[in-house]
Ligand binder design. Structure first.
Ligand code: SF4
Length: 487
């Protein structure tokens, strides 16, 4: 049991926090559809929605199919300027009446709350994920965290219903210390959950970069003082408002590194499509210099350069493959090539999750694999580090291969197979490397699309277990509603 207690920063922390500067940012955010309905948005932005779209979206307002109740609408001026010349970007942030046509999906994708021992923390692996804020500078329609950002009430395993809460420094640091002390006392493994030291934390939300530097710095220092070895900041701010990566922010990072040089720092950026960072000419073509190098949007290029030039942190891109946005091998090829050329890393691409209304956004699993595979043809080895991941309830799982020929002697493989491979699972990742082979179903959007064609399952994806209470080891619930899409 973690005792609730106040948090007292150490002298080292206070010295670090004392030097942080907090400028005001003018993101020129348009919040919601009302400014478009009432024509209060800036005049040059009003045509972002056509009159027909406005009528259709207005009709849905207040109904079960209200698009804003599912996922709040938000856009920055910077992103709007990019969206004007990009159908892909428009699809990322423009609300569409189609997105609430089919509201099937999970209110808690992957039963994340099963792994929440403290409000605002998901602790599944040696890494913990924290919700530190519940909004972003703009909002993606396909967001995996629509339940957090729309502040929806979630039913938890114990039957209680509540909004997902945000992490607080006193509770989180007390939990990390208690967990890691128990692990150390027990020879490197937690006596109840079987997990190792909680040594890595991902600051997430929402987007931590909407917090001011003082708040971000407070999180970084408090985690460093709790002996966290590595901190990730998950952000799409470099796409929405790259000016946020300014001198005071970089100075805060530099001071953090000087104060806590032993702590690794990783910026997990989120670019879906090269239109989010490449400059275009008036005809919509990417601008190239005399040698044929594509030119970045100046503010975005500067933000990226300023981060990657700090050799003690890494910048990693990860993004889902979403219908009508980046299910396009050519776009993904340019994206991976440019990210690597800029000095950042291509980390993961994801299959869309089973969020509410997922059918409006997700491409079939096999299509996503094909798109990524095609996009990597012609790329070099260092440009093709990204794998296609799909988040099973058990943990991160790679869509490793899709074949198109039968496997001789294997009934059910007549149209080829899909091979899933577990990358991470709760506790000590005991199932890492195990595979599950299913017969193909080109329509499958989620694991349940293969329920009737499992051929081999040493990974246990189709005999999953659900944890009894947050922080404890999984127990078998039997059944096979993989990753829990409600009927
Ligand atoms: S930036 Fe990330 S968390 Fe924010 S709306 Fe987009 S997908 Fe969701």
């Amino acid at each position: 049991m973690i005792q609730k207690q106040g948090y007292v920063p150490t002298e080292r922390e206070q010295a670090f926090l004392g030097g942080i500067e907090d400028p005001k940012y003018v993101r020129e955010i348009i919040n919601g559809l009302a400014p478009f309905f009432d024509e209060r948005a800036p005049a040059d932005m009003l045509n972002f929605y056509s009159p027909d779209e406005i009528v259709q979206l207005r009709v849905l307002k207040g109904s079960e199919r209200d698009v804003e109740s599912r996922m709040p609408v938000k856009i920055t001026r910077h992103y709007y300027e990019l969206a004007r010349h990009s159908a892909a970007i428009q699809r990322i942030v423009k609300a569409s009446p189609d997105e609430t046509r089919d509201l099937a999906g999970s209110e808690d994708p992957g039963f994340q709350m099963d792994y929440s021992p403290v409000e605002g923390l998901l602790h599944k692996y040696e890494m913990g994920l924290m919700y530190v804020v519940s909004t972003c500078s703009a909002h993606c329609r396909f967001c995996y965290r629509e339940e957090l950002i729309a502040r929806k009430e979630i039913k938890r395993q114990d039957g209680t219903v509540a909004k997902k809460g945000l992490a607080q420094i006193p509770e989180i640091t007390a939990y990390i210390r208690a967990h890691n002390e128990a692990v150390a006392r027990n020879g490197g493994v937690h006596p109840e959950s079987g997990r190792e030291k909680l040594r890595e934390i991902l600051l997430s939300g929402g987007d931590p970069m909407v917090l001011n530097n003082a708040k971000l710095g407070a999180w970084l220092a408090a985690l460093a003082e709790s002996d966290v070895e590595s901190i990730r900041i998950g952000t799409k701010e470099m796409a929405f408002y790259p000016q946020r990566f300014d001198a005071p922010f970089l100075a805060m990072l530099d001071r953090f590194h000087e104060t806590y040089p032993q702590v690794g720092l990783h910026m997990m950026v989120h670019f879906e499509h090269p239109d989010e960072f490449l400059a275009k000419d008036p005809d919509g073509h990417y601008i190239e210099d005399a040698q044929g190098f594509k030119q970045w949007v100046p503010a975005t290029g500067k933000a990226m350069r300023d981060l990657v030039s700090r050799g003690w942190l890494t910048v990693e891109n990860q993004a889902p493959i979403i219908k009508g946005i980046n299910d396009d091998p050519d776009a993904l090829r340019i994206l991976q090539r440019e990210i690597k050329r800029a000095g950042a890393e291509n980390h993961y691409f994801f299959c869309g999750r089973d969020i509410v209304a997922y059918r409006a956004f997700n491409v079939p699993i096999e299509t996503a694999w094909n798109v990524l595979n095609e996009s990597q043809k012609g790329l070099s080895g260092v440009e093709t580090h990204a794998r296609l991941s799909i988040t099973h309830y058990k943990g991160k799982t790679e869509v490793n291969a899709v074949t198109s020929r039968p496997i001789p002697g294997l009934a059910g493989s007549e149209n080829g197979v899909v091979i899933f491979k577990i990358l991470r699972n709760a506790g000590r990742a005991s199932d890492r490397g195990k595979v599950c082979i299913v017969g193909r179903n080109p329509e499958a959007l989620w694991f349940d699309g293969y329920d009737d064609r499992v051929l081999f399952d040493e990974a246990g994806l189709y005999d999953y277990t659900r944890v009894r209470k947050p922080g404890l080891a999984p127990v078998s619930t039997g059944g096979c509603a993989a990753a829990g899409i409600p009927a």
